[in-house]
Write a protein that binds this ligand. Structure first.
Ligand code: PLP
Length: 419
């Protein structure tokens, strides 16, 4: 992509271009933060309004049956399953990513250690998302186990030994966008006698994932990033069918019970993945999440995730090339993998001192990325609604902002609570 006209021509020939029309995107905004909070689908407001005014307002408690509220979690789970290489009945939408991680990590540890109590380690990476490591640290402490962290991805295989119970990784790193080879690492974990647990927060809806084909044992993922489910949307949880009934997860609430409305004494887990539910489903949030998931499924007739992936790679490649050529000399260094096979759907640049202010100055120009401490300028590319011309224009704004040193303004140097 060498000119703006070339970008416009690529958009005119893009078979995925009509999918952008599913979203409400503020005029003039270039939104490169769909990896943190996806944009709002047009269908969401009307659907949530319908649930509020009709299903809740008029139907009241009868809507649990008449509006199918109890079916939301498995139905949306089935839809998400189609995006991550899982089968129907293997996935449910519920709770948050953090809570779902607690459930599946508990289950994975119990299963892995049932026959091999000498396995006392959870293996992960120091660069994993903090909530994942906090949950693992707490669970390890509670059970008298250890969390062992690799400093680099290359150091992981050496930690897969007879002491390892569970390999717990995030498929696409939140800070650098580096993507692991899920199949190779799951197989390496199995070869060492351990189980493989994957966090798909930055993968689901953005890159093709083949949970079944890769031999993963457990997975969780986020509803509000590339699935466009809205702020704080419910997350999802998947368990390989061979493990689903081997263990009850410790948040044994009534919605995971085999017969919640019999109100009987004693917990009896529901068959299959439903035992990974805990309490009453968040109906309003699930309704919004379903609209978001549907926007990704709408790509199926246009080539689905492989087509989205091809476009995402074209966008991230073009952004990288343009920043490196048009914005050279301003101290930005690429922090994401150059190799397509190792890159998720985001591109990050590091700046040693002024990354935060640079991101704020860019947001003031209508180009929204975010900053991840200590030094990362992060740009997410959602191929469902971004165009090649957005990439061109974003880099042009970045170049002008850097050249004019707009980031020096005091207002761009005051840290807000959310970066
Ligand atoms: C976004 C993200 C989460 C979010 O967890 P919440 O429970 O929704 O706050 C967890 N893990 C990873 C890897 C993420 O990228």
């Amino acid at each position: 992509m060498k000119t703006r006209d070339e970008a416009l021509a690529l958009d005119a020939a893009d078979p995925l271009a009509p999918l952008r029309d599913q979203f409400t995107i503020p005029e003039g905004l270039i939104y490169l933060d769909g990896n943190s909070l996806g944009v709002m689908p047009k269908a969401t407001a009307a659907r949530v309004q319908q649930v509020v005014t009709q299903e809740w307002g008029t139907g009241l408690i009868g809507s649990w049956n008449s509006a199918g509220w109890m079916e939301l979690a498995p139905r949306i789970g089935d839809k998400i399953a189609r995006l991550v290489g899982a089968g129907a009945g293997e996935c449910v939408a519920a709770d948050s990513t953090s809570v779902n991680l607690f459930k599946v990590l508990s289950a994975a540890l119990s299963i892995a250690r049932a026959d091999a109590p000498q396995r006392t380690r959870i293996v992960s990476e120091r660069s994993n998302f903090p909530t994942d490591l906090y949950i693992a640290e707490a669970l390890a402490a509670e059970r008298g186990l250890q969390l062992v962290l690799a400093d680099t991805p290359e150091a992981l295989p050496a930690l897969l030994d007879e002491r390892c119970a569970v390999l717990m990784l995030t498929h696409v790193n939140y800070r650098t966008g580096r993507m692991h080879d899920m199949a190779a690492l799951s197989q390496a974990a199995h070869a060492a006698g351990a189980l493989a647990l994957w966090d798909l927060a930055h993968s689901a809806g953005a890159v093709p994932v083949d949970l079944r084909g890769s031999g993963a044992d457990f997975a969780i993922g986020c509803g509000y990033k590339y699935l466009n489910g809205g702020p704080g949307a419910p997350a999802f949880v998947w368990v390989a069918p061979k493990h689903a009934e081997r263990f009850w997860q410790p948040l044994a609430g009534w919605m995971g019970h085999a017969a919640p409305f019999e109100f009987t004494e004693g917990y009896r887990p529901a068959p299959g993945i439903r035992r990974y539910l805990c309490g009453t489903p968040a109906v309003l949030s699930l309704a919004a999440l379903e609209c978001g998931v549907d926007t990704v499924l709408a790509a199926e007739p246009h080539g689905g995730l492989p087509a989205l992936r091809a476009k995402s790679l074209a966008l991230t490649r073009a952004f990288t090339d343009l920043v490196e050529t048009h914005c050279a000399g301003f101290g930005l260094t690429l922090a994401s993998p150059r190799d397509d096979a190792q890159r998720g759907s985001q591109v990050c640049f590091a700046h040693p001192t002024h990354g935060y202010a640079m991101v704020q100055a860019l947001i003031a120009r209508g180009v929204v990325g975010d900053f991840r401490a200590p030094d990362i300028l992060r740009f997410g590319f959602t191929p469902l609604y971004l165009r090649h011309v957005d990439v061109w224009d974003a880099v042009e704004h970045l170049r002008q902002m850097l050249q004019r040193e707009e980031w020096r303004e005091a207002r761009f140097n005051q840290r807000a609570a959310v970066t």
